[in-house]
Design a protein around this ligand. Structure first.
Ligand SMILES: C[S@@+](CC[C@H](N)C(=O)[O-])C[C@H]1O[C@@H](n2cnc3c(N)ncnc32)[C@H](O)[C@@H]1O
Length: 214
């Protein structure tokens, strides 16, 4: 089915295919990158939303960054944050090869300290970093997302582990479960979980407090 889908959607393009192969040969945990299908979906969200400012938490190779940049206008900008400085050369190699490089600002460091320093209002935020910290990222970005803006969180089904009682040392599963519960109970937003890959949660920030919402 996966092959069928991939042969009937837009191609990922030569640069992203090259990045994908390079990551599989030279990096640890290449499965972390969004990949062909999710990358095209992220691009499609950008096409539909026409965002001017995007924040990505967790760059890894820059695969998803480049997908979103494809659909950004020339005045748009993506801030993407990666804590692992050993990835910087890999990321910049592909950003510099992209015709969209001017629309991307890479921050190397901890998102928890970088986000408060970003003086931006975001139309779209993609949360895809440390699973233990999803709730913290959410709290940090919420006021920086415009009403009507979208937050996308990846890996929210966490390989199905969200259904199980986690071992007390499994902080990642606990972090994702806490995040999902927090989102489920947050009245300031509308939300759906798409069972795509490892689970993709779409969170729409309401325009008005719920009591005023039609
Ligand atoms: C799943 S990968 C990101 C994949 C990428 N968004 C994509 O879709 O292609 C998660 C990345 O988040 C980074 N990360 C983890 N904790 C972080 C933090 N506190 N701040 C910034 N980056 C972090 C990891 O080093 C890793 O490269």
């Amino acid at each position: 089915m996966n092959n069928y889908i991939l042969s009937h959607i837009d191609e990922e393009g030569e640069l992203l295919a090259r990045l994908n192969r390079d990551a599989h040969v030279n990096l640890l945990r290449p499965r972390m990158l969004s990949g062909h299908l999710q990358g095209r979906i992220l691009k499609m969200f950008c096409r539909m939303l026409c965002p001017e400012r995007i924040l990505e938490i967790g760059t890894y190779t820059g695969y998803a960054t480049l997908c979103m940049a494809e659909a950004l206008s020339d005045t748009g900008l993506i801030h993407t944050i990666e804590i692992d400085d050993e990835l910087e050369d890999f990321i910049l190699k592909y950003f510099n090869l992209s015709e969209h490089k001017e629309k991307i600002k890479l921050h190397i460091g901890d998102a928890l300290s970088i986000i408060p320093e970003l003086d931006e209002t975001f139309d779209l935020v993609f949360i895809d970093a440390d699973k233990r910290l999803y709730s913290k990222y959410y709290d940090l970005i919420f006021d920086k997302v415009r009403p009507g803006g979208l937050i996308i969180a990846d890996n929210t089904l966490w390989d199905g582990k969200v259904l199980e009682e986690p071992h007390p040392t499994d902080k990642q599963t606990i972090g994702i479960q806490q995040f999902n519960d927090k989102i489920a109970n947050d009245k300031r937003i509308e939300k759906v979980i798409i069972p795509l890959r490892d689970g993709l949660t779409l969170i729409w920030k309401r325009l008005l407090p719920q009591e005023h919402q039609l």
